[in-house]
Write a protein that binds this ligand. Sequence first.
Ligand code: UDX
Length: 454
Amino acid sequence: MNSNESTRPAFAPRRITVVGCGYLGAVHAAAMAEIGHDVVGFDVDEAKVALLSQGRTPFYEPELDELLERTLATGRLRFTTSYEEAASGAEVLFLCVGTPQAPGSNAADLKYVWSAVDNLGPLLDHPCLVVGKSTVPVGTAEHVRDRLHEIAPAGEQVRLAWNPEFLREGFAVKDTLTPDRLVVGVERPEDEQELASLYAPVLDHGMPWVVVDLATAQLVKNAANAFLATKISFINAMAELCEATGADVVALADAIGYDARIGRRFLQAGLGFGGGCLPKDIRGFMARAEELRVDEALHFLRDVDDINRRRRRRAVEMTHELLGGAVTGAHVAVLGAAFKPDSDDIRDSPALDVASTLHERGARVFVHDPKALDNARRTRPQLTYCDTALEACKDADVVLHLTEWREYRDIDPAELAAIVASPRILDARNALDAPAWIGAGWTFKALGRPRVAG
Ligand code: UDX
């Protein structure tokens, strides 16, 4: 079924609807308009649709504003809250709704998937291809297909494919227009052809086009995220060993990373992973394995999750150590609130978790982040927020580097030493130049590097 490059169909512009305009959908809608399609972005959130219609993004994502502005100006992109407009004339509908963790459970909450299917299905009175992009428990695609066949007036002429998305926040535009591979799960060769034609301008960049069945397509995404999470937790488990033995996790990661079979990427030891994807996706994957009675196969992901949470606790402990136990009333400066740099996303942010725990223990916590302050303020109003890193650090008893934004690496340690109450820092992301900080008089601690100490 896998068409090779020479037999791939030519590009033909389509009427596309993108259902759900979050990080995934907003970028996908603009990217599809950029490559020449006529796109309707649908979302139930009126405020979000109003913003996007004006070319403004409801979240921070590098390059997205420019892309939106450019594609809106072509007339090939518009946004709507109307299901009728979303369904009418759509040849291809991409499902890009969120699949968050269900409250009180590890499983994914599929309410947005079913809401989209149940509201759009009855309006699909013409042949079309529905393409799932959301991360779902394996088996969901088949249910979506059956439900659409049942409720759509066009019945089985509504086909279903699955096309998992691997974009990283902060690189979403680049990852969508030039991904490192495109994976499609299809049931008929015609659907593969349709998608190959739709994606032709992207495929022209020469990335692999991987054609699989529906179950594999859904599993590919689960497996990719599980592997990435495991890689991060592996190096963080090594950090625990380093802390117990006096070894250095950064040198260790470099040394094993030179082995091409291992590779250095995603071996950045530190505070661990957060965000809207990896944590909830590994939990959802475990929950699905349990339903399928193969939970033993994914037992290790429980450890992956535990190791990840332990790093946050260790960062709190090390802050206690740096303060000589005197946490109550201490001025703690926190650099970084987003779950990772180049993002304003604070979902399951390790940085905010550590900041909140220290606040609960009586510290006065002053947080800076270049982009995520508004989001952080909304969810953790108990913390104090500062517009500049210097403001957060003024008179600090300890500085915590919790999200590795570029601007923090550019801080002059001597300049910062002059304004804090006591020059003590925890580099929880192993991203600062330790000798420079120690040279400027700082007591310097880092996760997994017990001998790096000022
Ligand atoms: C991730 C996947 O990379 C992406 O393919 C998928 O589509 C969605 O989930 P994202 O959540 O944007 O993307 O972030 P990513 O860059 O993968 O980082 C995830 C977390 O891991 C961050 O909190 C980051 O700080 C942390 N991380 C990453 C590490 O702690 N160490 C590393 O070596 C790499």
